[in-house]
Each structure stands twice: as C-alpha cells, then as structure tokens.
Design a binder for this molecule. Sequence first.
Ligand SMILES: *Cc1c(COP(=O)(O)O)cnc(C)c1O
Length: 410
Amino acid sequence: MSMDYKGAFQQAVEQVRSEGRYRVFADLKRQRGRFPQATLTRDDGSTKDIVVWCSNDYLGQGQNPVVLEAMHEAIDANGSGSGGTRNISGTTHHHVQLELELADLHRKDAALLFTSGYVANEATLSILYKILPGLIIFSDSLNHASMIAGIRNGGGARQIFRHNDLEHLEQLLIAAPADVPKLIAFESVYSMDGDIADLAGTIALARKYGALTYLDEVHAVGLYGQRGAGVAERDGVMQDIDIIEGTLGKAFGVMGGYIAGDADLVDAIRLYASGFIFTTSLPPALTAGAVASVRWLKEHNEVRERHQERAETLKRMFAEAGLPVMPSVSHIVPVLVADPVHCKMVSDMLLEDHGIYVQPINYPTVPRGTERLRFTPTPFHTDEMMRDLVSALERLWAHCNIARLGGVAA
Ligand SMILES: *Cc1c(COP(=O)(O)O)cnc(C)c1O
C-alpha cells in the first residue's frame, strides 16, 4: 500500500488551522516616496490603499533616495548578480567596501558578510563548536530561531538561561568546568517584547568566567547609538562585545547579514563556515545600497531621535486609551490580545475596515496565551495615522470584547 503523502501534508496544515494559526501573507506593493503607505492586492484582484504598521524597515531606509540611487548606479555599472561565491569571483568592490564600513561602524578589526542575518547566526554559531573544541554556548531562552538553529546544528554543549536572568546565567557558568571555552549568546533588543538586555552585566559575567560574548543586534543596528551601531554603542560597551551580529535587512532597509569582531576570529569564520563559503554572494546592488545606508545613518542621528519620539508617542496614546500596551523600553510597541483567534480577527478587521496593516503575532513566534499585535512606528508615521489607529483599535477591542488595561473586558 502506498503512503498517503498528500493527506499527511493536508493534516499538518489542518492542525495549524484548527489552532487559529493559519498564516496568510498580505500581497503588498510599497509605494516609493509614500512610505509607510502601500497597496494591498486581494485574492480577487481588487486593491486597497493601506498604512503599514509592522514593517522592520524601521526608519524607511528602503525608500531613502540615497540608498536607491546607489543601487541604481551599481546595477548600471556592474549588472545584476555577483556571479559566484565569495571565493569564486563573487567578491566585488562593493562587498569589500561594505565589510570595511561595518567594521568601522562597530569599531572592530573586521566584518564578514552573509546573505542574511539568519545565515550569519546559523553559520557562525554552528562552526564555533568546531573551532573551539569543548565549547559550551550559554543561550538566552528567548533567542531568535536562527541562533537556536546554529547552536543545535553545531551539535555541541548548550545551556539555556532564563530570559535576561543574569543570576541564572551565573549559576550555569559556575556549574560549568572552568577550563572549557564558553560563549554567551544573547540579543540586545528582543523584538517581540521590546525589552533590552543588560549588556554591561552580561559582559561582567563573561569576564569573570572567561567567556566570549556574542550579541545579536539585529533589531538595534541603525537605530541606537550616536552612529547607529546599536545598543552596545549606546551603552558604551561596544569594545567589550567579542562578536556583534547584525542585519542589513531591517533598519538599513536592504538585505544581508554580518558579524563584526577581532581579525583572527572573523578570518577563522570566513575559512570554516559552510553558510558563508558555499553560497552565491549578495548582488553588488544590494551591497552598494547597504554601504550608502550605513554611511547615511552614521551621520543622521536626528532620524533615530525622531524614531524614539514616535514610539513613545504611540505607547502613550495606547495607554491613555486603556489599550493593553506591553511594557517595552524600545521602539517596538506590542499590544496584548492573549488569544490567537481574536488576534487574527482584529488584524483582519483592521486591514479590511480601516486600511491598517499589522500582522498578528501568534505561537510559535511567541508563547501561547501571549498573542499580540506588534506595532513598529517609524519617523514617517504621523500623529493623524496614530489617531486613526487608536480609534480603530478602541472600536475593535469593544467589538471583540478583549481585555483592556487592568484586565477588564470592555
Ligand atoms: C530577523 C532576525 C534575524 C535574521 O535576520 P535576517 O537578515 O532577516 O535574516 C536574526 N536575529 C533576530 C533577532 C531577528 O529578529
């Protein structure tokens, strides 16, 4: 008897659907020069103008004329693809420039590009086990899936410490043998709750127990610090982090990932990491756009100030309306719904009835029971857009009978 493969796939999908977690992608066309506005195309081909409230293009750099011009120029000058892996003809002048630019941003010896932040985390963390035999990685329990993938795929020892709990981390460090290599892997801004790690405290523990530090600044690069190098720059501890990992796809508005660190360390990753070696490098237009974006953001701290002000304003407006805004200390503004079906329903109604696009965040991205809407106001979201958003949410909260601040349903 032959296996019912089709049935197995259908059953897997049905399982997700029955939990209210079936994902539907919104078909969007961003409108150049009108960020954060976009056009939604529905299944029947009809369209609707909407405001995007959940983009990780946090500063609108994906629309910055300086970035677009650099990309156009690179296409005209160099063509489309890079033509190979970095080793075999895929190292263009723009790649070299971008790595220098990123090393300078983080004040490190060297930087190494990957095709995405996911790949940077997976490739680097997994190969560190090979370069440092006996390595134990101490990993925050809320680390991103790409770090978890790297740590699992590396196949070495791992210890998970409770999220941002330095006492627990220290207990685990004390319990580990003194003479084995250790690495603490954590993030600065955790993008679902909007909380920020204690960098100085973590560095102090790393010193005390002889561990390296690996910091994912994906949701902070471009956004924090005088030149946009991240929370480590803001907190004045950049030189104390051994490996900084970032993305070019979020605040920098393009695509790609990287690590920055000591010259020998970066050279070793370059020579050993499969996820770096065996894949075609980024197209020159992307790397040229990223160079322009990183450079521009180094010089425009006022954009970061405006970004923080917008996030604070939205948090205040939600709180004043009694909406259950979660206690974020960053630019991320999550609002708790605490139910996957309601979360999806509110998101659907916002889109169809109010032209507001915010994706529901459900399990497995966040724990069950903490389903939420995650707003990412940019410097381009106006007061008027915020007022429209708050009044739409107030109506939907009443309509769906969702709990407000203080846990009381309307
Ligand atoms: C998005 C994300 C990544 C992956 O970066 P990409 O460039 O999108 O692949 C890594 N770490 C964290 C914390 C992220 O949120």
